[in-house]
Design a protein around this ligand. Structure first.
Ligand SMILES: [Zn+2]
Ligand SMILES: [Zn+2]
Length: 450
């Protein structure tokens, strides 16, 4: 029997030995980005790598997810180590796929490299012999909540029920066998040290919006038209007019984009489409701000006598990192990087579907350095492969050791201390309850809701 420290040492040595292979995976995915729910090639690479290491894979989970289980010598809790398969879309990123617009500008390529490295090292180090419980290596789809119309259409076609990867995996039962979950997100934040974790982050609902006016000659007879672009403009200004009513402590973020502004320049715009998220720290704050956004959208239609269709879709739950796991992460950070390389930050205003997982089971979404350039921008890249790719591999695997060695005392303490924020049933009722379509007629001032 190896001690926990011996096993951790063997794992870290294996990651270092496999450096070329792990970095190769990270670089390959960086060069071959795929948007959410379409990560077919990335999932294939993950599947093949898992099979090379002797695992039987479950594939096609929520379209592209891949899952394997390393069974410990004795039964016990199941810990999931997670990596996200999808890229983002950043049009001017130097490594963008020009056909799909996909680009890795958030570091999910590094997550998969880290996940594969952790898996390789745990196999190499024969960790299973020391574990009381199981480790699930889980590559998951679609964390970036993009191409909302495409996903809404998948929901309409019955292929998905929810619009984010982990949300859909929860719905389909692929988290039912998991007791504790963690992942590591790369960061490029100069104010954060080598490792860091927030206490919480925003959740959100998303909206697809369509203003419908009436086409007419823009020069000859604009009085015969109804200008949908003017309706949208007034609506956006009306949304801005709500901002002074948002409490700072609610951390509301509303950031609409116009996805279609008209058809042709000498015709009064008859159709204008928009998308937005409504983000906030709590579900109450999100729903309150969302009602104000709906009011502002109606105001745009009312002002010019247009119609507005407002489709509200479930997004992600606010993130609630598990305190016991945060402490364990901090201790591991000190072991690997020394006393002064861990940053605890407060609330963050971005969102992740790891928030949904943290509502049901103890889970964490910490961050590690290795990237440079602002996230979601053209300048984002992995600048330090040792931190970016190898760091998460060592960290994920050594956290699993802390949780499941010594008769799984670590995992048992985490589970015991954790109070779920929702049951799975409550969670699904909440998320599925967000779906709402309203058609408001600005001419008659009446609305139809479905
Ligand atoms: Zn991102
Ligand atoms: Zn991300």
């Amino acid at each position: 029997m190896a001690t926990k420290d011996e096993l951790k040492k063997r794992i870290c040595e294996s990651v270092d030995r496999r450096r070329t292979q792990i970095e190769g995976i990270g670089d390959h995915i960086m060069a071959n980005p795929e948007l959410g729910f379409k990560e077919f090639e990335t999932a294939k690479l993950v599947t093949e790598t898992m099979e090379e290491f002797g695992f039987t894979t479950q594939t096609g989970l929520a379209r592209t997810g891949v899952k394997v289980t390393l069974k410990g010598k004795k039964p016990g809790p199941t810990v999931a180590l997670i990596g996200e398969l999808d890229s983002l879309g950043v049009a001017d990123h130097p490594m963008v796929n020009p056909e799909t617009g996909a680009a890795h500008a958030c570091g999910h390529n590094a997550q998969i490299a880290g996940l594969m490295g952790a898996m390789m090292a745990m196999v190499d180090a024969r960790a299973a012999e020391e574990l009381e419980g199981n480790v699930v290596f889980f590559a998951v789809p679609a964390e970036e909540y993009v191409e909302v119309g495409f996903r809404r259409d998948l929901v309409r076609a019955g292929e998905l029920s929810l619009l984010g990867g982990k949300c859909e995996l929860i719905k389909q039962g692929h988290f039912d066998d998991i007791d504790v979950a963690m992942m590591i997100h790369t960061h490029s934040d100069a104010s954060m040290k080598k490792t860091g974790i927030s206490s919480s982050s925003n959740g959100f609902v998303s909206k697809l919006i369509r203003f419908v006016g009436l086409a007419a000659h823009s020069g000859g007879a604009p009085h015969l038209g109804i200008n949908a672009l003017n309706a949208a403009q007034i609506a956006i200004n009306a949304i801005h007019a709500q901002r002074e009513t948002f409490k700072d402590s609610d951390a509301i973020r509303v950031h609409p984009i116009i996805t279609k502004g008209g058809d042709i320049v000498n015709v009064v715009p008859a159709e204008v489409t928009m998308e937005t998220y409504v983000r906030g720290r709590t579900t109450e704050a999100i729903l309150d701000a969302n009602a104000k956004v709906d009011r502002a959208l109606r105001a745009g239609a009312l002002a010019v006598g247009a119609k507005v269709e407002i489709e509200t879709l479930p997004g992600y739950m606010p993130l609630a990192n598990d305190a016991t796991l945060v402490d364990m992460f901090e201790r591991n950070s000190m072991e690997l990087f020394g006393e002064d390389e861990f940053t605890k930050v407060g609330h963050r205003t971005g969102s992740t579907d790891m928030g949904d997982v943290t509502h049901l089971i103890p889970a964490i979404h910490p961050m590690m350095a290795g990237a440079s350039g602002p996230g979601h921008s053209r300048d984002w890249h992995i600048s330090d492969k040792e931190m970016g790719y190898l760091g998460p591999a060592k960290f994920l695997a050594t956290m699993a050791v802390d949780l499941l060695c010594d008769a799984a005392a670590g995992a048992k303490a985490v589970i015991e201390n954790h109070k779920p924020l929702m049951t799975k049933k409550e969670y699904l009722e909440f998320q599925e309850g967000v779906f709402r379509t309203e058609v408001y007629d600005g001419e008659t001032g009446t609305a139809e809701v479905t």
